[in-house]
Design a protein around this ligand. Sequence first.
Ligand code: ECH
Length: 321
Amino acid sequence: MALTIESAQNIFSNTQIPSPIPATIALFDQLSIDDQLAYLWYAYTEMGKTITPAAPGAARLQLAESLLNQIKQMSPDEQTKVMRDLASRADTPISRSYGFFSVNTKLAFWFELSELMVKGFVVPIPIGYQMSPGVQMVLEATKKLDAGQQITVLRNTVVDMGFDTSELGPSSSKAAPEPAFARTSAPITSIKIDGVTEPAVLGYIQAMNSDNFDAAIDLFTDDGALQPPFQKPIVGREAIAKYMREEAQGLNMMPKQGICDVQSDGSKQLKVTGVVQTPWFGVTVGMNISWRFLINPQGKIFFVAIDMLASPQELMNLRPV
Ligand code: ECH
């Protein structure tokens, strides 16, 4: 029987518990634009008391530099308008430029903007703002999440800002190559996963942990797919390679345990749970995740889905009860 992405997406779906992350983002989406910006400010500064992101490298900041310089030169009212335009995904030149940024450049842009706010070059949020009950409610919901889930909420809201450029084709300015992300610690390359000896899985983790995306891609079938958390599958080696270069640099993947079900056609379904660290927060934040692999009878990865776990208990939840 031919493997299909649709059926692959459903492997181990009975072991998945809905994550509280989309529920928190749904509450955020209901806030007014000013409330959304205020929420992000409070959530980010509150979080900053225990964990702070590492400063993005100069090469990455350079990609956002022109926008940041324009904003620095604006009046406080104009600065507030730019932030509102970004949050409401308005069609303005700045919001379009932002829309073309990669995920990490979007994060670097806001990182730098928050620094400029603290230094007084950019108007802080909120000016004379009274926290609304809605913001309070989303902040309360956010406090109940673990640190890995909290940074995912921040990341996903930041990624969604700016004009939606997905229908526009490539940016007219030449696409700058994605700058390298410095690793915060030596890559973890000796991989042992309780219950899993599948070479494609071990090879995948090892390759990803040393940013060797060519080696990781070689493990996929030509029509293979990778489904990042809360996203649709990215199909085909070229598209996966582009995604990895943009978004998977500097990650530390620490799979702990897994299960492997061999199917009658010789394909294998594996679920592996463990912890991933992002170079933004290094060892200070661990995200509990699972990988669901479908390996074809020839030992190639046909599909892998990465899911954020609802809770640490789920790390052990490898069998449907
Ligand atoms: C201020 C107020 C105004 C509005 C805004 C503000 C600034 C906010 C800032 C936020 C910064 C947030 C950051 C978040 C970083 C999050 C990173 C995450 C990474 C998760 C990665 C995962 C990787 C999984 C994968 C695996 C694979 O096997 C394949 C690849 C891949 C305050 C000014 C906005 C500054 C820095 C959550 C889970 C395991 C799928 C990638």
